[in-house]
Design a protein around this ligand. Structure first.
Ligand SMILES: Cc1cc2nc3c(=O)[nH]c(=O)nc-3n(C[C@H](O)[C@H](O)[C@H](O)COP(=O)(O)OP(=O)(O)OC[C@H]3O[C@@H](n4cnc5c(N)ncnc54)[C@H](O)[C@@H]3O)c2cc1C
Length: 475
């Protein structure tokens, strides 16, 4: 094993966690952070792991919430970010919220004090020199332009996006298939399809007109000054299309042509909302063409007006933001390494996860993978049944690419959610099948118990007695 350091570019959430994991494995690290030499549009301080907006790490419920589960797995894996978050917690009900300055100062102090970590305050203006054989790029959604364009040159023009235009994603098992039906437009089978690849939700004329009006009236979020208005062809927010004329959506993403309502074949729908399978497991469906700047609560209210989606549970809501991220399923291998340049890994939001916790978790994994390689071992990838593995799977392989939109990038950033996990059978009580909410709760508990057990095994920790597993992991 050489004593050369592993270089980390970017001292945000992911870069800080990756540095900690590598140094904890006894390997030297050089962490290059450009602040305060050069700032970003959102960061305000020169602290490492600065939280740029909310101070919340979201739910801390490891038994019934996917991000709470990720917290628990990170704690098991000696996460610096979770230790500093726990130490700087402020009251927030079931959520884990932190004193943002105290949190960032704690991370900075820990990294500065570690004898194996050197912090260089400098911008990396291009790709790292070849002499650095192990590098992790964790420069986040606001990666400085010089490095971003160098990454683009290395990976290809289409491989790096600068905005995310996200359509909402729905949990399949919350779609009412007594109203919706499976069918591809004109029953087209296409290269990899079956002719029944889309879920279709029909609207009559009154429903459609009410829906268009709700989109126009709904509360919207504004672009920040520095974001500009990044509307590109084929990517207009749905409410902007609605404002262009009441019939516009019927000739765009909501066109009814080539579709026959399987529940009512003689009545032609006036408009149809289509959902397309989003992950290999078939547990998530995205609303085709529904990228939006509507406020989140408004999206839930308005999209539940769609027949078949009255009880929809959204794995993620739509958005349009400045965000630099890679087309990771194509570019990265399972250990987050650039296929075209081994030794160069990516971590954090630039890989296509979203949020403080997810970015830190991917930093944790990238750090462990790089450390393993430096020690001459093959990186051990977490099982897909864990929150770590489910998130990694979304980034590096689980996402479906649509055959009928060739050339169009469809990989979009995502928070961790239960739709990314392999399904489980809901346990029965007293031999009876559970229904409704009880069934959802039981399934979530089964997924989180399985995840904690598998995560412990992956980390080489002893198993816990079955009943106490989750409670103890959440402590
Ligand atoms: C405006 C805005 C608001 C957000 N609000 C939230 C929110 O409320 N909740 C949430 O969970 N997530 C939010 N996010 C997403 C959040 O930024 C990320 O989830 C998280 O910070 C990503 O972690 P990261 O480590 O990948 O990137 P960052 O935390 O952004 O860290 C990247 C670091 O790299 C440095 N850097 C960039 N380029 C270079 C370079 N060339 N050389 C050296 N250093 C460089 C930057 O200075 C920065 O410190 C928001 C993002 C933005 C842009």
């Amino acid at each position: 094993m050489t004593s050369d350091p592993i270089h980390i570019i970017g001292g945000g959430l992911a870069g800080s966690e990756a540095s900690w994991q590598i140094a904890s494995a006894g390997i030297p690290v050089v962490l290059h952070e450009m602040r305060p030499v050069r700032g970003t549009e959102a960061h305000k301080t020169d602290g490492l792991a600065e939280l740029v907006c909310s101070n919340s790490f979201r739910s801390d419920d490891a038994q019934a919430n996917a991000v709470g589960l990720l917290h628990a797995e990170m704690r098991l894996a000696n996460s610096l970010i979770m230790a500093c978050a726990d130490a700087n917690q402020v009251p927030a009900g079931g959520a884990l919220a932190v004193d943002r300055d105290g949190f960032s100062q704690a991370v900075t102090a820990k990294l500065e004090a570690h004898p194996l970590i050197t912090i260089e305050r400098e911008e990396l203006g291009g790709l790292p020199p070849e002499a650095w054989d192990q590098v992790i790029v964790a420069t986040g959604p606001l990666t400085a332009p010089g490095l971003a364009s160098a990454i683009q040159t290395e990976t290809g023009a289409d491989a790096l996006a600068f905005f995310d235009a996200i359509a909402p994603i729905v949990h399949y098992d919350t779609i009412d298939m007594n109203k919706a039906w499976f069918q591809s437009r004109y029953d087209k089978v296409g290269p990899g399809g079956t002719g029944k690849d889309y879920i279709n939700c029909p609207m009559d004329k009154d429903q459609y007109y009410a829906f268009v009006q709700a989109l126009i009236d709904g509360g919207k979020t504004e672009f920040k000054d520095w974001e500009g208005t990044p509307y590109f062809d084929g990517c207009l927010p749905i409410e902007v299309m609605a404002e262009r004329g009441v019939e516009t959506l019927r000739h765009g993403p909501m066109k009814p042509m080539g579709l026959t309502n399987a529940h009512d074949p003689l009545t032609k729908a006036y408009a149809v909302v289509q959902l397309r399978q989003d992950n290999a497991l078939g547990t998530l469906y995205n609303m085709v063409g529904f990228q939006t700047k509507l406020k989140h609560a408004e999206q839930v209210r308005i999209f539940r007006m769609i027949p078949g989606l009255e009880n929809a549970d959204f794995a993620r809501l739509g958005g349009l933001h400045r965000n630099t991220y890679l087309n990771s399923p194509t570019l990265l291998d399972h250990s987050l390494q650039l296929k075209s340049r081994p030794g160069l890994r990516f971590a954090g939001q630039i890989t296509g996860c979203e949020g403080y916790v997810e970015s830190s978790a991917i930093g944790l994994l990238a750090g462990r993978f790089a450390a393993a390689e430096r020690q001459g071992e093959t990186p051990s990838v977490p099982p897909y049944t864990t929150a770590f593995g489910a998130l990694l799977g979304h980034i590096t392989g689980g996402h479906i690419v649509s055959d009928d939109e060739p050339g169009k990038r469809s990989f979009q950033p995502m928070n961790v959610n239960f739709g990314l996990f392999p399904p489980v059978e809901a346990p029965k009580t007293a031999g009876k099948r559970l229904r409704g909410k009880d069934k959802i709760v039981a399934k979530r508990h089964a997924i989180t118990s399985r995840a904690i057990a598998d995560c412990r095994e992956w980390l080489g920790l002893p198993p816990l007695p079955v009943v106490e597993e989750v409670a103890e992991a959440a402590e």
